[in-house]
Design a protein around this ligand. Structure first.
Ligand code: SF4
Length: 322
């Protein structure tokens, strides 16, 4: 008989850094278009696989000298190369034990969620969108921090996820008890876009637990995480600098999709990232939501992945620039 222990051990052997298992009833209360039970009605379990983003991939951005490592190996290679491979191996393992495995890869959502017509009365519009951070929470892998990122006890905000949904009757992990995010607000204070509200929050209930995060401005983040701001990006000219400042200071209004496309097109470095890796250039390097949060959690000794040296070792170049 296939057990949760067997699945986890195998997934770790295949290269996942973190594995968690949740029961499908924990999606109770989810909006239809985000409820994976509509993808696989007879599913019993969801398996979360976590893949670390190497801290070293943020080093070049931290020093202001090499920005390509993070989008290439911290984004694209995980989402489009390594995670899909591990999904396949674990899927083989589950199906070799006579259970079905639906493999849900990160970038599959790009084809379009909720854009099709419902195929029958009562069903959601395809494709159903699996909210990765909430799914990781449901798999007991961590907590959603004020930044809205999923924080794990292993790497804090520094990982990406992929999921399998199966009808194998696997024992779920307990929901994570929390204790990582202490509302230090570094994510909101150091986000160069000012995209995380310091005052307004969003609250939802998942698996009987209340989750709260800072209200998030998707439009500001959509542009800034790709191309940065004049203060933290060496790739902007006067025109793109003005575009970003008008956006984050509210002089320009547009949807997240418009901001995303404009930023993607306006900066050659960003265009090249898409052409090369089909992923954003991520020049911001998660200045608030990833780096500031990680530095804070590491300084508190809260993370299992420990380093001999602190991440921030000198006055950041963008502080010297301002
Ligand atoms: S930076 Fe602080 S407030 Fe923000 S998610 Fe991390 S621990 Fe929580």
């Amino acid at each position: 008989m296939l057990t949760s222990e067997m699945v986890k051990r195998f997934a770790l052997e295949c290269g996942a850094d973190i594995v968690g298992i949740g029961s499908m009833d924990r999606f109770e209360g989810a909006p239809k278009e985000c409820d994976p039970r509509y993808i696989f009605p007879d599913a019993k379990a969801i398996i979360g696989l976590g893949f670390r983003i190497h801290r070293g991939l943020l080093r070049g951005i931290e020093e202001g000298t090499y920005f390509a490592g993070y989008p290439a190996m911290g984004y694209a290679s995980i989402n489009d190369v390594f995670a899909p491979m591990v999904l396949r191996f674990v899927g083989n393992f589950i199906e070799d034990h006579g259970h079905e495995a639906l493999l849900y890869q990160n970038t599959s959502v790009r084809l379009g969620c909720g854009v099709g017509k419902p195929v029958a009365e009562g069903l959601p519009k395809p494709d159903v969108f699996l909210h990765f951070r909430i799914a990781a929470f449901i798999c007991g892998m961590g907590e959603i921090g004020y930044s809205k990122l999923l924080l794990t006890p292993h790497f804090g905000p520094r990982q990406r996820f992929a999921f399998l949904i199966t009808d194998a009757p696997l024992e779920p992990d307990p929901i994570f008890d929390g204790g990582l995010c202490d509302r230090c607000m570094r994510c909101a204070n150091e986000c160069p876009a000012g995209a995380i509200s310091k005052t307004r929050t969003v609250k939802i209930m998942v698996a009987g637990r209340e989750i709260e995060w800072g209200e998030f401005d998707e439009t500001k983040c959509a542009a800034v995480y790709q191309i940065g701001t004049p203060n933290c990006s060496p790739f902007l000219d006067d025109g793109t600098a003005k575009f970003v400042l008008d956006l984050i200071e509210g002089r320009t209004k547009m949807s997240a999709g418009e901001a995303f496309s404009k930023a993607r097109q306006m900066v050659a470095y960003s265009r090249n990232a898409w052409e090369s890796y089909h992923h954003p250039s991520a020049i911001c390097g998660g200045m608030g939501c990833i780096r500031a949060c990680m530095i804070h959690l590491e300084s508190q000794g809260k993370l299992k992945n420990k380093f001999h040296q602190p991440f921030r070792r000198r006055k950041p170049w963008w502080h010297q620039a301002s």
